[in-house]
Design a protein around this ligand. Structure first.
Ligand code: BTN
Length: 323
């Protein structure tokens, strides 16, 4: 446990009562001044902690909407995903941090979260709007066994299904637009970015990045008409820790089912939540433009678009628009 975790554990165990600073020092094996400095840090994060000279520290109430590992871990009900959580107040991208953690030998299920990203990225090289404090920027590290590169898209589907299920717990009816845009009222509330490394024909590791607009009141001009936040639908601020714990739970449920014949279930869920099947679409893949009707997805998750009575396979690297 790091110092913050030790302090918070003591304070949570004695919530509403003073805990002598010396007790925390002993357990954390650091000086009083180090504890005091961390208390100031925890206050900055939003914890309401009182201090009384010669008495100690008191947590007045549980932290609200503070996405630090201690808070998440306390409320997490998963076995694999989130057993290790790394938190950054400010980073380039949780995808970059995840990559470094993989190189350093982190375990499967490691979760990386950030309060703010200065180079958040989306699919197809797009920027992901990542201002401080309101939304969810999170990456999950997975080491799937014997999943061919070709079927990696199933993992990406799991990501968007997990987002839709999470939002539905809040009464938000999100739909998935090919391949993984989580749309509400025709605007984007969340997205999933998948970055993989392969060994031969199999996937060695996956970083699955989630961006979900939660409490963002305002969007920059360029995103105003295409982005939407959960707060706009539920009309009150949402506890991001609750969103994260639900998201990780749904993701783990799907991920663990994959090895037990869950592939069909994932494809069916994706189809059920998607509003792409049955729509007239234009796929712009750079080197080809396909116009037709989105008919179905195949067993590996490729989208099948019918054009001139021929079914064409669309990969997850290709985006489309509805017509
Ligand atoms: C998309 O284009 O729809 C995917 C967006 C994914 C954004 C998330 S935010 C957390 C993680 N870090 C990033 O830089 N991107 C992903």
């Amino acid at each position: 446990m790091n110092i913050d975790d030790v302090i918070l554990q003591h304070l949570y165990d004695n919530i509403g009562n003073f805990v002598p600073g010396v007790e925390i020092c002993r357990e954390a094996e650091v000086s009083r001044i180090a504890i005091w400095n961390r208390i100031k840090g925890l206050r900055k994060m939003g914890f309401n902690i009182e201090s009384k000279k010669g008495v100690g520290y008191k947590l007045v109430e549980k932290g609200k909407n503070i996405i630090i590992p201690f808070e998440i871990r306390n409320r997490l009900f998963t076995d694999v995903i989130g057993k290790r959580i790394e938190h950054y107040r400010f980073t380039s991208s949780t995808m970059d941090e995840a990559e470094n953690l993989i190189k350093a030998g982190c375990p499967q299920g490691t979760v990386v979260i950030a309060d703010e990203q200065y180079r958040g990225r989306g699919r197809r090289g797009k920027e992901w709007f990542s201002p401080q404090g309101n939304n969810i920027y999170l990456s999950v590290i997975l080491f799937p066994e014997y999943l061919s590169m070709e079927c990696g898209i199933l993992i990406m589907f799991m990501g968007s299904i997990a987002i839709v299920k999470t939002l539905s717990d809040y009464g938000i009816d999100a739909k998935i637009k090919w391949p993984n845009d989580c749309m509400v009222d025709g605007k984007k509330m969340g997205g999933v970015l998948m970055e993989t490394t392969s060994e031969g024909e199999f996937i060695k590791n996956i970083v699955l990045g989630f961006g979900i607009n939660i409490n963002q009141d305002e969007f920059p001009h360029s995103l105003k008409d295409i982005g939407i936040s959960a707060v706009a639908k539920v009309k009150h601020k949402i506890d991001r820790v609750d969103i994260i714990t639900r998201l990780l739970y749904y993701l783990e449920e799907l991920y663990l089912s994959l090895g037990k014949g869950g592939r069909e279930k994932i494809l069916d869920l994706w189809k059920g939540y998607s509003d792409t099947i049955g729509r007239k679409v234009v796929v712009d893949a750079g080197n080809r433009v396909i116009e037709g009707e989105a008919k179905d997805i195949d067993e590996c998750g490729f989208l099948l678009v019918e054009t001139n009575r021929v079914l064409k396979k669309i990969t997850c690297r290709e985006s489309l628009r509805y017509i």
